[in-house]
Design a protein around this ligand. Structure first.
Ligand code: CUK
Ligand code: CUA
Ligand code: CA
Length: 643
C-alpha cells in the first residue's frame, strides 16, 4: 500500500528532478536560457564553490525541547495570502498562535465583533471593508538597535494596509490604509530618529509599493503607462497616520532601514517602469534606492509637496530629474544588477546586502558611502557598491550572523550560501586570495526568505537560521494537491551549517523574525477598565430597549452566562455586549448564536460586542464555544426572537 519515497534527503536523483522542475517552472517566463547561461558563467557554481554540506549531517547539538520545557526563541511569521500572523517557538518549531490581522477568524471573532470591525474598517452598511490580506513582511519595533517587545508591523499587499500587533496581547490594535499606491510589499520600521538622535527607538514605519498606477487613479490616464507611478510611504508608528510619501522613478520592493535613522532603502526591480515582464527585465541594471529621511521631512515642513486626489498626505518629489544635486537630494539611486529582490542591513549597520532573481550575484552597498554621496563627496552612486560576490542561482534574501558572515537564500539552486563579508569586499577590490563562499547547504526546496536569530538587530547572536522554503514536495506525508511549505531550522553556530529539523507550515509565510524569549512580556489577563462598554457587575446585566434598538448586556463567568434567556423582537437591531468576568489566567469563554453567524471568544476580563438584525423569529441557543469548565456544555443562554 505505502508508496515508496526516498528517505535520504541528499539523494541526488531526487534533487535533480526538483531542480529541473524549478527551471521548467520558470521556463514559461522565458528565463531559462538566461539562467542556464548564468549557471555556466557563475564561478560560484563551479571553481569558487565550497563543497555542499550533506544535509544528513544533523545532530551537531542538542536541540530538543522536552515535554514541559519552553522554547528559547519566539518566531513571528507572516502568512502570505492567509492574511494573518503566526507565532512559533524555536528550536521546537511548534506553532502557538495565529493572530488574525487582515483575514477573518471565526474562532476569535475577528471581522465579526464590533471592536475588530472598527480596527479593520467598515463600509457604510457596517460590513467589513476587506476580508482579504497578503502579509509578507513582519518587523517589530526597536529601541537601542534591538527589539523592544512593543509592536509588530505587518503589511497587506492586496489592499495596501499596514497592520500593527501589540506584543503584550499578541493582537492587532491598528490598521492603516495607505493612499495613492498598489502592491504594498516591503515594510520596515526605523530604528532611530534622524532629527532627534535622543529618540533611539522606532517612530516611523516605511512602506514600499511595488505596482505603479496613474496618479491620481480614478479612471484618467489608464493607457498612458509611461506615466504610471509608485510612491514610497512613511507611517507614524504610534498614531499609525500616514506622514508623507515620495514620488519616485521605478518601483519599490523590499525595504530596509539604517541603525542611525538617516536612511531608508528599497530595492527596485522595475526601474524600466514596464508593465509587462519582458519590459521589467529589459535593463541590465536596476537599483537600490535610498531615502534621506531628514531632508524629506524638511521638504514636507517647507511645504514643498503636492497631494493627489482625495488624499491629504503630502507627496514630495524623489524622482531622478528633481534630485540631481546630491547636496539637496532626497533620494539616491544606486545601480545594481538586474531585478533585485531582497535588501537587508548587516547587524553592524555598515552594509546593505541586495540580491536579485536574474543575476547570480549579490550586491553589498556601504552605508557610509551613500551618506558621502548625499554630502557631495562621492561622484557616482554606483561607487557605494563595495562588493558583488557570485553566490549562485536565484539569490533572494540575505541574513547575517555576528561573525561577519552573510547567508543568502538561492531559490533556484535550493541552497543557503554562507559567505564572508570582508572576503567579498577584498575580492571585489581584486584580491584573488580572498575567500568569499564558506559553505553551501541544500535545503528542501526553493527557499524564499532566510533569517537568523536576532539577526536584524545589534544583538544578532549567530545561532540559528530558518530557511522558509516555498516547496516541500516529498518531505511530508502527502495531503492532497496543496502541500505545506517547509520551515527548516539550521544551526549556523559552527563552520558548517547543519539542518536541525523540518517543520511543515501552512501557506504561506514569507518573512519572519526570531526573537529571544526574554524580550517578549505578555499580559496574562486583560484590564476590565480598558473596555468602555464593559459589563462589570451582574446588576448591570439585562435587556435595554431604545425604540427598535436593543442592547443585551451579558456576563460570562464559568459555567454560566448572566442571562439564561433574553427576548428581542423580529426586526430589532440587536447589540450584544459580553464581558468575561473570570479572572483566572487561560479561562476563555466563547459566545455563539445558532443560525445568526455569530461567534467570538472572550479572554479573562475582556469585553466584546456584536450588532446584527434579529431577522428570524424563534428560539436560538447561544452557547459557549471555548472549552472552559466541566460544565462547559451546559454554559448556554437562549435568544428568543418574538415574531
Ligand atoms: S518577498 Cu516572499 S520570498 Cu514578499 Cu519578502 Cu521574498
Ligand atoms: Cu464557557 Cu465554555
Ligand atoms: Ca528590471
Amino acid at each position: 500500500m505505502s508508496e515508496k519515497r526516498p528517505h535520504n534527503p541528499t539523494d541526488t536523483s531526487r534533487r535533480r528532478f526538483l531542480n529541473t522542475a524549478a527551471v521548467a517552472g520558470i521556463a514559461g517566463a522565458g528565463l531559462s536560457v538566461g539562467l542556464a547561461a548564468c549557471k555556466q558563467d557563475s564561478p560560484a557554481a563551479s571553481a569558487q564553490s565550497a563543497p555542499v554540506t550533506p544535509a544528513s549531517d544533523a545532530h551537531a547539538g542538542d536541540y530538543s525541547v522536552p515535554p514541559g520545557q519552553l522554547d528559547t526563541y519566539y518566531m513571528f511569521s507572516s502568512a502570505g495570502h492567509a492574511g494573518d500572523v503566526r507565532v512559533f517557538g524555536l528550536p521546537s518549531g511548534r506553532e502557538f498562535k495565529r493572530i488574525p490581522v487582515f483575514n477573518m477568524d471565526c474562532m476569535v471573532g475577528w471581522g465579526i465583533t464590533n471592536e475588530s470591525k472598527a480596527i479593520i474598517g467598515t463600509n457604510p452598511d457596517g460590513s467589513v471593508k476587506y476580508n482579504t490580506g497578503d502579509t509578507h513582511h513582519i518587523h517589530p519595533s526597536y529601541t537601542d538597535g534591538t527589539y523592544d517587545g512593543r509592536y509588530l508591523f505587518v503589511n497587506d499587499k492586496i489592499n495596501c494596509r499596514l497592520g500593527r500587533v501589540r506584543l503584550d496581547t499578541m493582537e492587532c490594535d491598528k490598521i492603516t490604509q495607505i493612499p495613492n499606491i498598489q502592491g504594498f510589499h516591503g515594510t520596515f520600521p526605523d530604528k532611530r530618529d534622524p532629527l532627534d538622535p535622543a529618540i533611539n527607538r522606532t517612530t516611523r514605519v516605511f512602506c514600499g509599493s511595488e505596482f505603479s498606477t496613474p496618479l491620481p487613479n480614478f479612471g484618467k490616464g489608464i493607457d498612458d503607462t509611461a506615466h504610471y507611478r509608485s510612491l514610497f510611504t512613511c507611517i507614524d508608528a504610534e498614531s499609525m497616520d500616514v506622514r508623507w510619501q515620495v514620488l519616485i522613478d521605478g518601483n519599490c520592493e523590499l525595504v530596509a532601514t539604517s541603525y542611525d535613522g538617516k536612511l531608508a532603502a528599497t530595492t527596485q526591480y522595475n526601474t524600466e517602469m514596464g508593465t509587462t515582464y519582458p519590459e521589467m527585465m529589459a535593463a541590465e541594471m536596476d537599483s537600490c534606492l535610498f531615502f534621506n529621511v531628514a531632508r524629506i521631512e524638511q521638504a514636507v515642513k517647507d511645504g514643498k509637496f503636492k497631494t493627489y486626489g482625495d488624499s491629504k498626505v503630502p507627496v514630495v518629489d524623489g524622482t531622478k530629474s528633481a534630485n540631481t544635486d546630491p547636496k539637496t537630494a532626497l533620494t539616491c539611486y544606486v545601480p545594481i544588477p538586474k531585478n533585485p529582490h531582497g535588501v537587508n542591513i548587516s547587524p553592524d549597520g555598515k552594509y546593505y546586502a541586495c540580491a536579485g532573481k536574474l543575476s547570480p550575484s549579490g550586491s553589498l552597498i556601504a552605508h557610509e558611502l551613500v551618506l558621502k554621496w548625499f554630502d557631495g563627496e562621492l561622484d557616482e552612486p554606483r561607487k557605494a557598491v563595495v562588493a558583488e560576490p557570485e553566490l549562485g542561482l536565484g539569490p533572494l534574501h540575505t541574513a547575517f550572523d555576528n561573525r561577519g558572515n552573510a547567508y543568502t537564500t538561492l531559490f533556484l539552486d535550493s541552497q543557503i550560501v554562507k559567505w564572508n563579508i570582508e572576503g567579498a569586499i577584498k575580492s571585489y577590490q581584486g584580491d584573488k586570495t580572498a575567500t568569499v563562499v564558506l559553505d553551501r547547504l541544500d535545503v528542501h526546496y526553493q527557499p524564499g526568505h532566510g533569517f537568523t536569530s536576532m539577526g536584524e538587530t545589534r544583538e544578532c547572536d549567530g545561532k540559528f537560521l530558518i530557511s522558509d522554503n516555498k516547496f516541500s514536495k516529498d518531505r511530508f506525508l502527502p495531503v492532497g494537491p496543496l502541500h505545506p511549505e517547509t520551515s527548516q531550522l539550521i544551526d549556523i553556530s559552527g563552520d558548517k551549517m547543519v539542518i536541525v529539523h523540518d517543520n511543515p507550515v501552512t501557506s504561506e509565510p514569507h518573512d519572519s523574525i526570531i526573537i529571544r524569549r526574554d524580550i517578549i512580556k505578555t499580559r496574562q489577563i486583560y484590564n476590565v477598565d480598558d473596555f468602555p462598554n464593559a459589563v462589570k457587575d451582574h446588576k448591570d446585566s439585562g435587556v435595554f430597549r431604545n425604540g427598535n434598538k436593543v442592547t443585551v448586556k451579558l456576563i460570562s463567568q464559568a459555567p454560566a452566562f448572566s442571562l439564561p434567556e433574553f427576548r428581542v423582537k423580529k426586526g430589532d437591531e440587536v447589540t450584544i455586549i459580553v464581558t468575561n468576568l473570570d479572572k483566572i489566567e487561560d479561562l476563555t469563554h466563547g459566545f455563539a448564536i445558532q443560525r445568526y453567524n455569530i461567534n467570538f471568544i472572550l479572554n479573562p476580563q475582556e469585553t466584546k460586542s456584536v450588532t446584527f438584525k434579529a431577522d428570524k423569529p424563534g428560539v436560538f441557543w447561544c452557547y459557549c464555544t471555548h472549552f472552559c469548565h466541566a460544565m462547559h456544555m451546559e454554559m448556554r443562554s437562549r435568544m428568543i426572537v418574538e415574531a
